[in-house]
Design a protein around this ligand. Structure first.
Ligand code: B12
Length: 331
């Protein structure tokens, strides 16, 4: 049955699939507590630590977890002054991955098994599961890095009550390389110290988080450096991504307005434009105001605040950033 499931996934264009036993991750408990002590836990992380380490909380008769990688790379370099991160060029991965996983679940049902699927906004430690399922290793930048597609993959999981043979995990291949640590603009990636349990990167200063965070301090205004949403720096510099293969998942094909940022449209964005265009992207879940704010911050960095007419700003939240930016950049 394992081979039948892998063959079916391959027929969907998913050729990076791994299997692990569905069990409680006791080894993660001290790790998550250690991160809590260090204050590097992020507001977007699951709060219920038992749910994080015990997949049986999600499916109590679960016997196997299947981890599937969804490659999304279509364009390597984006030389525009203002740019979205690669993972938000195409259709929202939460929806796309869910559609594929649903098909695999139906296939497992036909084999007589029960199956539940998960992608992103769930308590499962997806990268850890992917590592333990043998589809890649976890780099110093905390990214799950696959052989074929590098780290430019989304992850999705299926828990099933079928007992399927587990795969071998792949050991870390970073060695002495510290390119991502040096390249991270906000020093969010930490050297692993002797007594560190696992990586303790501080995602609270990760620029990907800052572009998604509701309330940010002025000190971040100069650090956006063209980032509209998300950050790819630690991935773009990773040697394992130099030979990353392009995706063939049609739904992740870049949309022109995401590939080439329409600054004036984003500065004056209204609900209609947001719902028709940007809500369809992986950044859509964070809402219109965060996108408009980020457009303001990038316009200010490029001395293009003249493109903004304060009368067009309907949101008090965005208007507050408008005046903070004028003051911060002495405009
Ligand atoms: C919250 C979150 C964020 C937050 C916080 C990230 C963070 N703290 O890691 C923010 C907004 C910053 C973020 C950013 C991004 N995210 Co995000 N995010 C998540 C989410 C929802 C939870 C992650 C989490 O719990 N992190 C807590 C840490 C501790 O867990 P972890 O990152 O999995 O780290 C594991 C390893 O360190 C591992 N480990 C490694 N070595 C060792 C050794 C030992 C002994 C032990 C015990 C453990 C251990 O254990 C950890 C636990 O799993 C996951 C989905 C999920 N449910 O997992 C997506 C997810 C991790 N994000 C994803 C993506 C694509 C991104 C971005 C690349 C988007 C972008 N371009 O901006 C960036 C990458 C930033 C980075 N370098 O991490 C993908 C990653 C895919 C991949 N190839 O790795 C995921 C899996 C979503 C998905 N379904 O595809 N994200």
């Amino acid at each position: 049955m394992k081979e039948a499931i892998k063959k079916y996934c391959t027929s969907l264009g998913l050729d990076t699939v791994g299997f692990m036993e569905c069990k409680r991750f006791d080894e993660l408990v001290p790790y998550f507590e250690y991160r809590k002590e260090l204050g590097v836990e992020n507001e977007f992380e699951e709060k219920d630590s038992e749910k994080r380490v015990n997949p049986k909380e999600l499916m109590n008769n679960g016997r196997t977890i299947i981890s599937i990688a969804f490659p999304y790379l279509y364009i390597i370099n984006n030389y525009n002054q203002i740019y979205f991160s690669k993972y938000t060029y195409g259709n929202d991965y939460h929806k796309v991955v869910a559609q594929y996983l649903e098909k695999v679940c139906h296939f497992i049902n036909e084999l007589g098994g029960e199956a539940m699927y998960f992608v992103d906004s769930n308590p499962l430690p997806e990268r850890y599961i992917a590592w333990k399922s043998g589809i890649g290793f976890i780099g110093k930048n905390n990214m799950l890095i696959t052989e074929k597609y590098g780290s430019y993959v989304f992850l999705g999981e299926i828990i099933t009550n079928l007992e399927l043979e587990a795969d071998e995990q792949i050991e870390n291949k970073c060695g002495e390389c510290e390119i991502c640590i040096k390249a991270c603009p906000s020093k969010a990636i930490k050297q692993r110290k002797e007594n560190d349990i696992g990586y303790v990167n501080n995602s609270n200063v990760c620029l990907s988080y800052i572009t998604q965070k509701k309330d940010i301090e002025d000190l971040w205004f100069d650090k956006f450096k063209g980032r509209m949403f998300g950050c790819d720096t630690c991935q773009d510099v990773c040697p394992y991504n130099k030979k990353a293969q392009f995706s063939s998942i049609e739904e992740f094909k870049p949309k022109l307005f995401a590939q080439q940022v329409q600054l004036e449209e984003l500065l004056k964005i209204d609900n209609k434009t947001f719902i028709e265009k940007y809500k369809q992207l992986s950044c859509g879940w964070r809402g219109k105001n965060i996108l408009q704010r980020n457009a303001f911050i990038n316009a200010a960095n490029l001395q293009k605040m003249n493109l903004i007419d304060v009368k067009d700003i309907s949101s008090p939240y965005v208007k507050e950033y408008y005046y903070r930016l004028l003051k911060h950049f002495k405009l």
